[in-house]
Design a protein around this ligand. Structure first.
Ligand code: AMP
Length: 411
């Protein structure tokens, strides 16, 4: 890899496309932006370059390709050096099923396999493929790499990923626990190992990624051995608008007794539950903290349930790990909310956890560090950086015989 090599990182959602041009050595993003409301009347792009924020409307119904075209015409065309330093394109792909346990160079067989996994991520995988196609047209000379959210969890043992359902559902339909947020858990666990001066393949970490989506992972000797999300991102922790774990009997109750349709149940569990559903106020943790401070009983209850359920998962992950080198908080809530961290750790005094209140208050807005007392197991706050992982993986997979600028054939 040359000193000036950069990677275009793309994260395509069903109606959004986040992009960044990232230095894989430092993680620094030279440009970052997002296309929003894609496919709708008011689709638009916002980006940042050299501290300046710029926004532009796209034609109505514009899709992912239009965002990439704008990147080429409005950003890269004005600064040709950005393009000459690009060595690869890295894509976040949500679901790799059981086919991918590592990042891979994209070829026809890989795009076919991503398409086959679309049944497990019907909104996200087709969007990623749209991004691959558009990026391939715009940058035909660059190799493209897929980095899967599920890949890190492919090391889970069978007893952690098989549901207690008829085994044929797994055998015939791939119904099992896959887990998500793998790129984030991998990043913070590796960073925690560095901070603890331990080798990654020797470190035991419990990593809590707490954003609008939330999941927790048990990492033994640098490998995921259990995680809270399952077949879909709905399982596990309380999230912004997702319920996390519920009694599956609830679904029959809603359908048979309360006449909910499948779509209504899906919307209820994914979009109307979690912090929003409990509080009847907001899915935004910051807003709930402010409301709770003013006595809003729904906000108080939502935060209590969020923290209690998370603490129970942390305690449960002592089962696969036995020894825990550090508990790590990341994601928008984990990185910034001293209140949530304090409440979670208050539940965990039975495991010897003791928070240093001052360090806890100071750990926010991108700060990295320990927030525990000397007599406590380590508790670290580590801002996640999925774009950096994607850029590093992509740069590492650039075929060495292809110097920058030469054409690379895409199968
Ligand atoms: P993410 O999905 O990782 O961007 O995280 C979004 C969540 O982080 C939202 O619930 C925000 O309210 C929450 N968040 C961001 N900053 C803070 C903060 N300073 N205090 C509490 N929650 C925060």
């Amino acid at each position: 890899m040359q000193n000036s090599s950069h990677v275009l990182v793309l994260n395509c959602g069903s109606s959004s496309l986040k992009f960044a041009i990232v230095d894989p050595r430092s993680g620094r993003a030279l440009v970052s932006g997002i296309g929003e409301a894609l496919g709708q009347a008011d689709s638009r792009v916002k980006w940042k370059r050299n501290g300046e924020s710029i926004a532009k409307n796209l034609p109505a119904q514009a899709k992912h390709g239009a965002v990439i075209q704008l990147l080429v015409d409005e950003i890269i065309a004005r600064e040709p050096s950005l393009k000459s330093h690009l060595v690869a394109i890295g894509h976040r792909v949500v679901h790799g099923g059981e086919k991918f346990s590592h990042s891979v160079l994209i070829n026809q067989a890989v795009t076919d396999a991503i398409r086959e996994c679309s049944a497990l991520a019907p909104l996200h995988n087709p969007a990623a493929l749209a991004g691959v196609e558009a990026a391939g047209s715009a940058f035909p000379e660059l190799p493209q790499v897929a980095v899967f959210d599920t890949a890190f969890h492919q090391s889970m043992p069978r007893h952690a990923y098989i549901y207690a359902l008829p085994y044929s559902l797994y055998r015939d339909h791939g119904i099992r626990r896959y887990g998500m947020h793998g790129t984030s858990h991998r990043y913070v666990a590796a960073r925690a190992a560095e901070l603890l001066n331990l080798a990654f393949n020797e470190v035991n970490i419990i990593s809590a990624h707490l954003g609008n989506g939330a999941s927790i992972t048990a990492i033994r000797n640098g490998k995921s051995v259990d995680t809270s999300m399952g077949l879909t991102p709905l399982e596990g922790l309380v999230m912004g608008t997702r319920s996390g774990d519920v009694d599956p009997g609830l679904l029959m109750h809603l359908g048979c007794r309360l006449d909910y349709s499948v779509k209504q149940i899906n919307d209820l569990l994914n979009k109307e539950s979690g912090l929003l559903g409990i509080s009847e106020l907001s899915n935004d943790c910051r807003e709930l903290e402010q409301a709770a401070a003013h006595g809003h009983s729904g906000a108080v209850l939502a935060l209590e349930i969020f923290c209690y359920r998370l603490a129970k998962y942390i305690a449960a992950y002592y089962v696969p790990l036995t020894d825990v080198d550090a508990l790590v908080f990341t994601g928008g809530i984990g990185e910034n909310s001293s209140l949530i961290r304090e409440k979670v750790l208050a539940h965990l005094q039975c495991l010897g956890y003791h928070l240093d209140p001052e360090k806890n208050l100071l750990a926010r807005f991108g700060e990295e560090g320990g927030i525990h007392r000397d007599n406590s197991p380590a508790v670290l706050v580590i801002p996640t950086n999925e774009e950096w992982v994607i850029a590093r993986d992509a740069a590492a997979l650039v075929p060495p015989e292809q110097p920058n600028g030469d054409s690379v054939s895409r199968e």
